[in-house]
Design a binder for this molecule. Structure first.
Ligand SMILES: C[S@@+](CC[C@H](N)C(=O)[O-])C[C@H]1O[C@@H](n2cnc3c(N)ncnc32)[C@H](O)[C@@H]1O
Length: 154
C-alpha cells in the first residue's frame, strides 16, 4: 500500500461521506437499528453517532483498517460497545443467525462479488432480522431499502 492509499485516500473518503445530504440520510435510517448490529463496510464510522439505545452491541466489518483509524472519537461516544473486524463482506467471520440488524451504507458498489456478500448477510442475520441499506442506485425508495422481505420470503 502506498502513502496516498494509507494517509490521503482514507481522509478523502471520510470527508466525501460527511456531506449534509449523507448525514441527513444517516439520521433517517440508522436509528432503526436494534440489538446486535453488524455494519458492513463501516469505513470511518460515520454512522456511529446515529445509533440509538436499542443497539446492544456493534460490529464493524471492513477490509480497510486505515479508514477505521479515523473513527476513534466516534467509537468513544458510541452508545454501545463497538468492535472492528478486518474482513470482506463476501466472507463475514460471524456465526449463522447471530445478528439482529445488518447496516450497509454506500458500500455495495465497492464490493466485488455483490451476490456472495448478500448471501453472507442473509446467513448471519437471525430469522426476522433487518437489513438497512442506503445506496445510490435504482430502488422503490432510493434512500432506504429494507430487504427483509427479499431475504426472508414468506
Ligand atoms: C464509500 S465508503 C462508505 C463507508 C461507510 N459505509 C459510510 O457510510 O461512510 C465504502 C466502504 O466500503 C468498504 N469496502 C470496500 N470493499 C469492501 C468489501 N469487500 N467488504 C466490505 N467493505 C468493503 C470500503 O473500505 C469503505 O469503507
Amino acid at each position: 500500500m502506498n502513502l496516498y492509499e494509507r494517509y490521503v485516500l482514507p481522509r478523502l473518503i471520510d470527508l466525501a461521506m460527511r456531506t449534509k445530504a449523507t448525514q441527513a440520510e444517516r439520521a433517517r435510517a440508522i436509528p432503526l437499528a436494534a440489538g446486535t448490529v453488524l455494519e458492513v463496510g463501516i469505513g470511518s464510522g460515520l454512522n456511529l453517532p446515529f445509533y440509538g439505545s436499542a443497539v446492544e452491541r456493534h460490529y464493524g466489518v471492513d477490509p480497510r483498517r486505515e479508514l477505521w483509524t479515523l473513527a476513534r472519537k466516534r467509537i468513544e461516544r458510541a452508545p454501545c460497545p463497538v468492535e472492528f473486524i478486518q474482513a470482506s463482506a463476501e466472507r463475514i467471520p460471524m456465526g449463522d443467525g447471530s445478528i439482529d440488524t445488518v447496516v450497509m451504507t454506500w458500500t455495495l458498489c465497492s464490493i466485488p462479488d455483490v451476490g456472495r456478500a448478500l448471501l453472507e448477510m442473509k446467513r448471519v442475520l437471525k430469522p426476522g432480522g433487518q437489513l438497512i441499506v442506503i445506496e445510490h442506485g435504482l430502488a422503490p425508495d432510493p434512500r432506504i431499502v429494507t430487504w427483509q422481505e427479499r431475504l426472508n420470503p414468506a
